[in-house]
Design a protein around this ligand. Structure first.
Ligand code: TRP
Length: 452
């Protein structure tokens, strides 16, 4: 008999789960990472591949992760171990959980640094420093900021403390209320920003950059990055959604919830793109600015629009919250494992995991300035962790999840857990998870190998 509750707590309702999982999915990945990678890889064709990946790979894998998590009801490592034993398969499947833990450490270490940038920009927006500043001044201010390790360290530290505080208290308690109000608010502000972008008379240029595919611009690496962005943005491949699924009650419909979460996440990313690129073109800037794109572009708008000081402050503040609710989900799998296996209390486990991530984050922030000479494959630590996790480790994790859910777990088990019958919906999922998702990931990997 499968467990019906988790020792780490449960969501209070179906809505609480949707809010938490959407809180995990919507974050810097949508508003910082999506625009800069889309800009880097030429726009339209990248976006199209990204959307296909969300629909054909992301949604079935998210369903699989929630399903496995809810069946195992433990940290991803122990869930995989328990399910593999149940099916009489090798215990090596727990390595999938370990891969996720490593991935979580790496992602959170740079995620926290970028979240720190966002916090600094709340203060800057509030102080009115963007007022009337032109693109060159704003870009120079950003470059100066990133070159200062002390400021980056301070913000990174504050953010990690915030993450540890919530995770130490248990994610089911505080998260729900925060997400319920802040996510809709972020959404409204994004729509307003798109409205502003429409007035720049370069809206059409932004629109065609994002939605008119030019396949000549799409390299193997571009396809890999579009797939990686889909995994990153949906929080897939490392067990974050798996552990959130383990706190979900047994009655909730996994398929419906997944479609809602993935739909909201994609909508937010597209809105961010629609807000940013018209301003990029109106200012005569290049879309391929790298990681600083959003921080160099949005402040220009806040500096020019009426009420921009307040608007910019609230926008960056909401972005901090969005990053916070995502970061929490990156730390939760390892904390759950520490609690289960080392019988540490939640507080100690959170502090221990948080300190390790913090240390790794210091390497990331130093790679932007004093350690800029140290590179691996031509990338500094931050860029390396970003590329390695999103484009390689998450899709690899997703591939293994798909193989496990589609081929190792018995058909009866997945039918039972989804509880949606064996009609068209289920058969479509099974087709996608057994064939489409693993083969697509494998092909994209093979195609991208030519890059290296
Ligand atoms: N999806 C989040 C974002 O877009 C980041 C994130 C949270 C994540 N949990 C994750 C990414 C797990 C990969 C795996 O900002």
């Amino acid at each position: 008999m499968a467990a019906t509750t988790s020792i780490h707590g449960m969501w209070s309702s179906r809505l609480a789960f949707i809010l938490a999982a959407t809180g995990s999915a919507v974050g810097l990945g949508n508003i910082w990472r999506f625009p800069y990678t889309a800009g880097e890889y030429g726009g339209g064709a990248f976006v199209l591949v990204y959307l296909i990946c969300v629909a054909a790979i992301g949604i079935p894998i998210m369903m699989a992760e929630i399903m496995l998590g809810r069946r195992g009801r433990q940290s991803p490592i122990n869930t995989m171990l328990a399910l593999a034993r149940q099916e009489g398969r090798t215990e090596a499947w727990q390595l999938l959980g370990w891969l996720g833990i490593v991935c979580g450490f790496l992602i959170l270490s740079f995620y926290s640094v970028i979240a720190g940038w966002t916090m600094a920009y709340v203060v800057r927006a509030a102080a009115g420093v963007f007022h009337g500043a032109d693109a060159a001044v704003i870009a120079a201010a950003f470059d100066g900021f990133v070159a200062d390790p002390e400021r980056l360290l301070a913000w990174h530290t504050i953010f990690m403390v915030m993450v540890v505080l919530v995770v130490a208290r248990g994610v089911a308690s505080g998260l729900e209320r925060a997400v319920r109000f802040l996510m809709p608010a972020l959404f409204v502000l994004l729509v307003a920003l798109v409205g502003y972008a429409m007035t720049t008379d370069h809206f059409a240029a932004g629109l065609s950059f994002l939605f008119r595919p030019d396949f000549s611009k799409l390299s193997g690496e571009g396809i890999l990055s579009a797939m990686g962005q889909a995994f990153f943005s949906l929080s897939l491949g490392m067990g974050a959604i798996m552990i959130y699924g383990s706190y979900l009650n047994s009655q909730a419909s996994i398929a419906r919830n997944t479609v809602i979460i993935a739909g909201l996440d994609t909508l937010v990313a597209l809105l961010a793109g629609l807000a940013i690129f018209p301003i990029v073109f109106a200012q005569g800037l290049a879309p391929e600015q790298g990681t600083g794109l959003v921080f160099k572009v949005l402040p220009i708008a806040f500096g020019q629009m009426p009420g921009g000081q307040l608007f910019g402050t609230v926008f960056f503040l909401l972005l901090v919250f969005a990053a916070w609710t995502s970061a929490i989900s990156l730390l939760e799998p390892m904390v759950a494992w520490l609690v289960e296996n080392l019988s540490l209390g939640r507080v100690r486990a959170s502090v221990l995991a948080g300190m390790t991530v913090w240390l790794l984050g210091v390497a990331c922030l130093l790679s932007l300035n004093v350690w800029s000479e140290i590179t691996v494959f031509g990338l500094g630590f931050l860029a390396l962790f970003d590329f390695l996790t999103a484009n390689i480790l998450l899709p690899l994790g997703g591939l293994l999840i798909a193989v496990f859910a589609g081929w190792v777990l018995s058909r009866a088990a997945s039918v039972d857990e989804f509880a949606m019958g064996e009609g068209l919906g289920y058969r479509l999922w099974r087709l996608l998870i057994r064939f489409v998702a693993p083969i697509a990931v494998a092909i994209v990997f093979l195609h991208a190998i030519q890059v290296f």
